[in-house]
Design a protein around this ligand. Sequence first.
Ligand code: GLC
Length: 738
Amino acid sequence: MSVTTIENHNKSSLTSAQRVESLIIKMQLHEKIGQMSQFSGHNGHLTDHLVENIRAGNVGSVLNEVKLETVNELQRIAIEESRLGIPLLIGRDVIHGFKTIFPIPLGQAATWSEECVREAAHISAIEAASSGVNWTFAPMIDITRDPRWGRIAESLGEDPFLCSQLGASMITGFQGESLDNNYSIASCAKHFAGYGASESGRDYNTVNLSEHDLRNVFMPPFKMAVKAGAATFMSAFSDLNGVPATGNQWLMKTVLREEWNFQGFVVSDWDSIHQLSVHGFTENDCEAAYEACHAGIDMEMVSTTYLDNLPNLLEHERVDIEQINDSVRKILTLKFELGLFDSVYVDSNDYPPLVNQKHRDVAKLVATKSCVLLKNENDCLPIDQHKVKSIAVLGPLADDGYEQLGTWIFDGEEQHSVTCLSALRESLNKDVEVEFIKTLETSRSVEQDQFDAAVKLAQRSELVIMVLGEESILSGEAHCRTQINLPGAQENLINEISKTGKPIILVILAGRPLTLGAIINKVDAILYAWHPGTMGGPAVADILLGKVAPSGKLPVTFPRHVGQVPIYYAQKHSGKPASNETYLHMNDIPTRAAQTSLGMTSAHLDTHFSPLFPFGYGLTYGKVEYRDICVDKQTIAVDEKVCISATVTNTGAYKIEEVTQLYIRDLVANVTRPIKELKGFKRIILAPDESKKIRFELHTDQLAFYDRKMNLRTEPGRFHVWIGGSSDTKLFTEFDIN
Ligand code: GLC
């Protein structure tokens, strides 16, 4: 019979902290280490191994168990059959949806909408909580500037400011107003830190980052996550500057605890404590447990180095009981905050149905706002369905409800998906003839046996819609690519169809920026839908048919060629910047050109130095004009604010939404600063011919950076400031801090 001491704690008489302390006093060592150990579930099965360890008090959390009956039984065993009856944290990767799937995080980032991201996370939390999940391993807020890296799909893009704002919104969406609300689940800011800079875009590879880059670029989203109240952090797999994150005291103690005062707990990544020995950072699991414990990793995901070695390390006084108590304290505190000691069993009747219409509507809205219009030659979009009479739909991703969901889908199901083809057929007037040929079996297929049929269909149609891109498995964890163009024979297919002379609208579903240089001049329009999730089809169809204008903006730079990577808008100026005046392409170099005759600037001979599409870029239906930028004060002092305003006009015939963006440049500083830095964005609605004055307020704190001595400071000096609809905006003015 378990000693149900918890029930003796009258909630009204004790605070959570007191309840935690009163529990720790009663705990035996193995029960404390048990709280620090996360076991994997077994797809609904109650294995003896898991049940016996829960009964013995060796398990603080279970991940990857989402069968509600099983979760409730696991909780019952923990509460009624273990000595102290401590409930379990139930973890799951709810990255961009549970059963209703939203666009991949990179697509959600393309909405530049904190509201969209927050609402998507909130719905994801409700659906996950209805299955007994009370902890998600999200948001993933690794900055990355390398589209070869498969996990760019899971990221919120290349920019610290955008990622910080949207990451905080995701945390708020998951955690709600209070963690003990039935609809709230704990978040987990991951992967701390620097994982997105894995060398050569190869997952799990070495990361070498200066403290300058860590503090000014890669860490700000995590610092913001602490402010946003992230309940937990997750350590990265990576070896960071020679010290793997999971054993890195500078990261986990000096920065996260001492500087940022993070009060939650840190969970390792899957097996990443054991992997400290695989890295060659430690000799064996015992030393790995030692290093991780001293680094402040509070909970071990799946490997058992803590269970196996902490007693011994304690006995030999290499680890102190207070370190263990401190980890247990943080873990129990979260369990109390989640209300698990007061009501842990989940009744699905307390939750709305999965994939209900409201959830679908939000998923469609987010998908709609995530689509980025990259090209629209001669305004061939939107399609006028009162004029067009026959449309050919081609491509392996036009009618595949599974692939449109994207990576990190543990619980999504394709039968809930609405594909592009079915949505087009549903939306188009019935007198418009729509014929579909998949043409390629998968995005990687090279067989061209259906090409003739596709060409013939295109020839007898007025318009061609091609839905191409990447299958979901080609991005995500461990799915990196050295060539990031359209895989398989998709480029060949575009070439063949373009020979028919018919207008081609290309819809791309992908988990990363792809290099489109080989086909960009072969198509008339390109709509980038990322992997748009359950309701991706209706979102794409509404945009193509003009029911809504596209409004997404790129959260990541699109390179012309993979050889440009890493390429991002917030580049440093360098001492010899490239310019159009001096740039000379390799094909234009005179024979026997003298060594110093080519401009000697920072550029590649064979590829122009600009990106194919810049960060923040995205077209809409009609043109948006920016003018009359001005500041309310030419000079401000440190600690003051400056207001920057401009007028935005929708000169087109459609109602649009425009993501207006504010960028600054610190012209001269204690360390070199980027040529542009995003410092504000606002999504505004503009009716046809409507103008609005937009205002951004900037406090000097927002201009701070870490200097040579790693002090966070705002320096006096001149600043350029831009407002526009993309990072390549030219509309700028300047102000001084004195
Ligand atoms: C993985 C990932 C991490 C995920 C964890 C649990 O390997 O790196 O992001 O949350 O394992 O699935």
